[in-house]
Design a protein around this ligand. Structure first.
Ligand SMILES: Cc1cc2nc3c(=O)[nH]c(=O)nc-3n(C[C@H](O)[C@H](O)[C@H](O)COP(=O)(O)OP(=O)(O)OC[C@H]3O[C@@H](n4cnc5c(N)ncnc54)[C@H](O)[C@@H]3O)c2cc1C
Length: 392
């Protein structure tokens, strides 16, 4: 059994950036627990699926990104016991902590869609939500010359909230640019709106209409038959189901809190890590903090949100350690870059009040080649060289 002053669960965007910042702030006794041997820059995966990025450029080994002074315990967390201040691992060992940061990300529930797991990566069925299939998405796009190309989005909360729309717009341009291509692009979203912020919803609608892209809301993918190349949807409003043939389908799966959070006493009624939305401190355990996709923070789950949460978390955790009042506040800031074609993007940026809160001195709701470059080149550079090193 080992004990650390700070234990961080998950070496993704939230866990790693918090670990680096805590280390720089003078906390030396830190362990980070993550079974993965690679860290991924996931926002680039839709770019891989559209042929704009190489898959291998989106990952680095954990040993390259975790600071040497931090212990990486390469195990899966199986149980969290906050009263005993213990975390159990899948080798049956446990680790004790004084302070805990939970940064376990979100769970992909592919199993919720009947038949999907059996055919994923074959028969024209793909996803940009798993590293392994991102390049298969682009292979399929290049091969497909006719039939339905379906892009799906579930009703559930997801990470990278507009990843399906990024794929949709670039696919539209790719297909239209080929004179002999008769493929028919369709967007099926389980959501009841195109975007939760009115200004950007209008822009999204305008682009879809101007490009004559077929889209339907309140449509949930519930079954995939890979051999028959058929997808079944449920219409949320009526409960009715119907089946469509496809040549290719890009699935964004339903998502939920990680099981290990759901089954712990740290969760809220929906299973998310129950934190104060402003201080990021757990609502019942003062020595526990949370960041990123596994939390119940009512904002869109993005790396951009993690970037704004991390300094707040670290500042408040340090105050908690020193017995001081928690003064740093997170306002729900998040940002969603949306490529409306290859080389053009807009960036929706807003807070808990769902009102635009743009950080650049231009109208970020209007498409712009500069915003595309910010998405494709600028943000990844900032991610690897600043955020993961604890600089927000
Ligand atoms: C396709 C796609 C497109 C996206 N597009 C954008 C975008 O354009 N802009 C943007 O800002 N964000 C985007 N995102 C979202 C962004 O990647 C996430 O919001 C961000 O990574 C959240 O950070 P996190 O630390 O909460 O979770 P993650 O970065 O996912 O890290 C979670 C970590 O926890 C580990 N873990 C999980 N369970 C366990 C366990 N039981 N034991 C030990 N370790 C565990 C995982 O291995 C992982 O390393 C996108 C994501 C995807 C997948």
């Amino acid at each position: 059994m080992k004990k650390y002053q700070v234990v961080i669960l998950g070496a993704g965007a939230g866990g790693l950036s918090s670990a680096s910042r805590l280390l720089k702030s003078g906390i030396k006794d830190i362990a980070i627990i993550d079974h993965a041997d690679q860290h991924a820059y996931q926002p680039a995966w839709p770019l891989v699926g559209s042929g704009e990025e190489k898959k291998t450029r989106t990952v680095k080994s954990m040993s390259r990104v975790i600071p040497k002074a931090i212990d990486h315990i390469q195990q899966r967390v199986t149980r969290i016991q906050p009263v005993e201040r213990k975390v159990y691992l899948d080798n049956d060992d446990f680790i004790m902590y004084e302070y805990l940061v939970v940064a376990l990300g979100i769970q992909l529930d592919f199993q919720e869609i009947e038949g999907l797991e059996a055919t994923l990566g074959r028969n024209g069925v793909t996803t940009n939500y798993l590293y392994d299939y991102t390049d298969y998405t682009y292979e399929l796009l290049k091969q497909t010359k006719a039939g339905n190309v379906i892009i799906t989005k579930p009703k559930s909360v997801i990470k990278g909230g507009v990843a399906p729309e990024n794929t949709l717009f670039t696919f539209d341009e790719f297909i239209r640019d080929q004179k002999d291509n008769k493929a028919h692009l369709i967007f099926k979203s389980g959501k009841d709106t195109l975007f939760p912020v009115e200004k950007y919803r209008r822009y999204m609608e305008k682009h879809l209409n101007n490009k004559h892209i077929e889209y339907q809301l309140n449509q949930e993918l519930i079954k995939v038959d890979g051999d028959k190349k058929e997808a079944t949807f449920k219409e949320w409003a009526t409960g009715e189901t119907y089946t469509l043939p496809f040549s290719m389908i890009v699935v964004t799966p339903p998502m939920s809190a990680p099981d290990v959070v759901k089954s712990s006493t740290l969760s809220d009624e929906q299973g998310w890590l129950d934190v104060n939305p402003f201080t990021l401190q757990h609502v019942r355990h003062q020595n526990v903090f949370g960041i990123g996709d596994c939390t119940n923070l009512p904002t869109i789950k993005m790396g951009a949100a993690v970037r704004k949460q991390m300094p707040v978390l670290v500042s408040n955790l340090l105050s908690q350690i020193k017995g001081k009042q928690l003064k740093a506040h997170y306002d729900g800031s998040t940002a969603c870059p949306i490529a409306t074609e290859y080389g053009q993007a807009f960036i929706a940026e807003f807070g808990y009040d769902m009102k635009p809160k743009e950080s650049m001195p231009i109208d970020q709701g209007k498409t712009n080649p500069l915003l595309y470059q910010v998405k494709k080149r600028g943000i990844p550079l900032m991610y690897w060289n600043a955020l993961l090193k604890g600089k927000a």
